[in-house]
Design a protein around this ligand. Structure first.
Ligand SMILES: [Fe+2]
Length: 268
C-alpha cells in the first residue's frame, strides 16, 4: 500500500463516520468513543507492524485494517442502541457488509482488499476460521491484538470516569457486583480464553479480559500490555477474593513468562 492510498481511505472513513452524526453535526458520545477507538487501534496496528519488521507498505496496510475494523459498530449502534453483539448483530460481519456494499468504498482502489475485508470480518471471532489464507490470518491477528490492547484502555477509562451510561454500554449491561463464574475460572486454569457468553457481572468481565493473555498472537502486544500498566490496572479493580486472586496469578504469570521468554530469545 502507498501513502496516497492510506490517505484516501482515511478520508473515506471520516466521511463514513460523519454519516452517523446527529442534527448538531456531532456523533453521539458513544460513537465518538468508537471513532477514537478505531484511530487508536490503527496506531497500535501500525506500531505492531513496525515491531514485526514489516515494510512501509505492510505497515500502512495494518494501520488501514485497524482504522476500518469496527465500521460495523456505527450501524449497530444506530439501529440497536447497543454494542452487545448477542443483543443485536455480529459487528464484524456487519463491517464486512459495509465495506462490500458502500459505493464510495467500492470505487476506491484498495491494495489487498481481500485481506482487509477478512480482518474486518473476523477480528471479533473467538477462534479464527481455518480457511483464512496466511496473509488474511496475519493481518487479522495484527488487528485483534491491537484491538485488545485498546479495549484494556477503554475499559479502564470507563471505570475511572464513573460515567454510568458509558459503563452500562461498555460492560454489556451486566450487573456491577457478583463473584466469578466458575466456567471463566476453569478456562483460565486451563490456559484458555474465556467466552463473552459466560460474563454475568463485572468481575467476570474483568477476568475474561485477563484471559486474553492466552489469546494474544504477538509477544510485542504482551509487552505493551505490561509496559502501559494496563493489565495490572484492570487487576486493581477486581474484588479481593481467593478465586479471583488465583485466576489473576495464572493469567499474569503467563503474560510475564511470555515476555521474558521473548526477551531471552531476542538476546540469544
Ligand atoms: Fe470490534
Amino acid at each position: 500500500m502507498q501513502d496516497a492510498e492510506w490517505i484516501i481511505i482515511r478520508d473515506w472513513f471520516q466521511g463514513y463516520e460523519a454519516c452517523f452524526s446527529g442534527p448538531d453535526g456531532k456523533l453521539p458520545p458513544l460513537l465518538q468513543g468508537k471513532a477514537g477507538h478505531s484511530r487508536r487501534v490503527s496506531a497500535n496496528a501500525r506500531d505492531l507492524a513496525v515491531d514485526l519488521g514489516h515494510s512501509r507498505g505492510e505497515v500502512l496496510h495494518a494501520q488501514t485494517a485497524g482504522l476500518l475494523h469496527d465500521v460495523g459498530r456505527f450501524p449497530q449502534f444506530r439501529d440497536f442502541g447497543t454494542f452487545s453483539d448477542p443483543r443485536s448483530i455480529n459487528h464484524g460481519e456487519r463491517g464486512w457488509t459495509v465495506l462490500c456494499e458502500d459505493p464510495d468504498f467500492l470505487r476506491l482502489s484498495v491494495s489487498r482488499r481481500g485481506d482487509l475485508l477478512a480482518a474486518v470480518r473476523h477480528h471479533n471471532c473467538r477462534v479464527l476460521p481455518e480457511q483464512l489464507s496466511p496473509s488474511e490470518r496475519h493481518l487479522t491477528e495484527i488487528v485483534r491484538d491491537s484491538d485488545k490492547l485498546d479495549i484494556f484502555k477503554v475499559i479502564l477509562d470507563a471505570i475511572q470516569s464513573g460515567d454510568v451510561e458509558k459503563n452500562e454500554t461498555i460492560f454489556l449491561h451486566v450487573p456491577a457486583e457478583g463473584g466469578p463464574n466458575p466456567l471463566i475460572v476453569e478456562c483460565i486454569r486451563n490456559g484458555r480464553t474465556a467466552s463473552y457468553e459466560h460474563i454475568r457481572n463485572r468481575t467476570d468481565f474483568g477476568l475474561q479480559l485477563l484471559s486474553w493473555a492466552f489469546d494474544l498472537a504477538f509477544d510485542a502486544t504482551c509487552r505493551r500490555l505490561i509496559d502501559r500498566g494496563l493489565f495490572d490496572a484492570i487487576i486493581a479493580h477486581l474484588p479481593d477474593d481467593p478465586t479471583v486472586r488465583e485466576s489473576v496469578d495464572i493469567a499474569r504469570t503467563h503474560l510475564h513468562r511470555r515476555v521474558a521468554a521473548a526477551g531471552a530469545a531476542g538476546q540469544a
